[in-house]
Ligand binder design. Structure first.
Ligand code: GTR
Length: 428
């Protein structure tokens, strides 16, 4: 073939691929026909009929595939070097709660990283269950409380909130308050634990900051193809926070709910899949490479997410850009890894980018693993109406409105946690 023809053909192919990447499909009729990879048949073709086989054979296989091809594995064990207690106050929110602020310090050679964790725990209650999840703008943004320390980590500039040169100021104190109904959570008997995700790894395409460089060999500047992207690093950070929570006497570490919204909802799922100490998981509007099925290619796709956020996942994921059908897994399998622990998935009616139907279908499919444990997955076969939560061991709602995490969502999270954590009082 002559070289002009070759150039012309490769140009055509690249135009076609980029056209595919630029199109966003919001039409159910345009969803390609797809076949999901089998949850309950092992690589060698073995049928997985019981929990023993699931736990010994299939679960590890699936976890490994997600590590290798999507989120990236954590290359080495890194432990907390020190816990600096910045503050312990016994009386906040009119005596409702205690507030603790600690810094988890990680050290390696001349590198040091601090993750500031903020805890509000209901007062005078021994061994409380807690919700743990990251925030987007720094701990101080979740409430007006003037005593919450400001982060000095990198934060995306937002001059309207006084965030310039990537540093927060007093101006952003409390700006995310609506997303954090702390007093309601405390009054329900739950504590809330949060950290700024950028303390663990700033959310930018730069592998020289955050926790990643801690594992580099001499001359290495970025993770290997199957090694952790940012979502995996953030999930790792949640597990380190869990290490710390296990040492806090006032917390019932067998009742820790890991939660997150959007990219942090993806993170919560990946954290719960890897770390079975999280007793429950809530993923809010997590979408592409969160709860939604990738093969539907509805809204955000692999091509879109890897080109907009090249640092979120491992390099290997790029192979599947506009090639979703070749993925060895789909997201129902990620949800299946959380079984038999309670799992709550949400969508929002106006959040088509996250593919609400794909989020529901994958939660529904994951029920197959829960069935092995004789647990009910989702209690319904069809997608419920907006604002009509359903709660089996898997729960789901689609809220009316936009991509967000709201008081309505939190109300359901608390109900879901109450349903699964409160001891059932015998009726006789
Ligand atoms: C979007 C991204 C989504 C979602 C969201 C968020 O831009 O495409 O996957 O994670 O950001 O985290 O707010």
């Amino acid at each position: 073939m002559n070289s002009y023809l070759l150039t012309f053909l490769s140009l055509l192919i690249s135009i076609n691929v980029s056209a595919q990447l630029n199109q966003v499909n919001y039409d159910e009729k345009e969803v390609p026909e797809y076949k999901l990879p089998e949850l309950l048949i092992s690589k060698s073709g073995r049928k997985i009929k019981n929990t023993k086989r699931w736990e010994k054979i299939r679960r590890p296989e699936i976890l490994k595939l997600f590590q290798q091809e999507i989120y990236g594995k954590v290359p080495q064990t890194i432990r907390i070097s020190d816990v600096n207690v910045h503050e312990e106050t016994t009386d906040v929110f009119d005596g409702l709660a205690t507030r603790t602020q600690v810094e988890l310090v990680f050290r390696k050679d001349d590198q040091e990283l601090g993750v500031n964790v903020l805890l509000y725990l209901p007062k005078d209650t021994a061994k409380v269950p807690v919700f743990v999840g990251y925030n987007f703008k720094g701990n101080h943004a979740i409430n007006d409380d003037p005593n919450i320390l400001l982060t000095d980590s990198w934060v995306p500039d937002n001059p309207s909130l006084g965030i310039v040169h990537n540093q927060v100021t007093e101006q952003s104190r409390g700006v995310s308050g609506e997303r954090w109904p702390i007093e309601e959570i405390l009054k329900s008997g739950y504590g809330i634990v949060t950290a700024y995700y950028g303390d663990v790894d700033p959310d930018r395409d730069n592998f020289q900051d955050g926790i990643h460089p801690f594992t580099y060999r001499l001359g290495q500047f970025r993770p290997g193809n199957d090694e952790w992207g940012s979502v995996s690093a953030w999930a790792w950070g949640l597990s380190r926070i869990m290490d710390y929570l296990e040492t806090v006497p006032a917390i019932d570490s067998s009742k820790v709910v890991v939660f997150g919204h959007s990219r942090l909802g993806k993170t919560a799922l990946w954290a719960a899949a890897n770390d079975q100490r999280f007793a429950m998981c809530i993923s809010n509007n997590s979408g592409c490479l969160g709860a939604a099925l990738s093969r539907r290619q509805f809204g955000e796709t692999i091509g879109k997410i890897t080109s907009t956020f090249p640092h979120w996942f491992c390099e290997n994921l790029n192979k599947y850009s506009a090639r979703e059908e070749l993925l060895p897994v789909d997201q129902h399998m990620l949800l299946g890894l959380i079984a038999p622990r309670p799992l709550y998935v949400t969508s929002a009616t106006a959040d088509l980018w996250a593919d609400p139907k794909g989020e529901f279908l994958s939660a529904s499919e994951a029920g197959k693993v829960y069935a092995l444990y004789e647990k009910e997955g989702l209690p319904v076969a069809a997608m419920p109406e907006p604002n009509s939560p359903v709660m089996g061991t898997i729960g789901y709602h689609i809220r009316k409105g936009k991509h967000n995490i709201t008081a309505y969502d939190w109300k359901q999270f608390i109900r879901f946690a109450q349903k699964h954590f409160e001891p059932v009082v015998p009726t006789e």
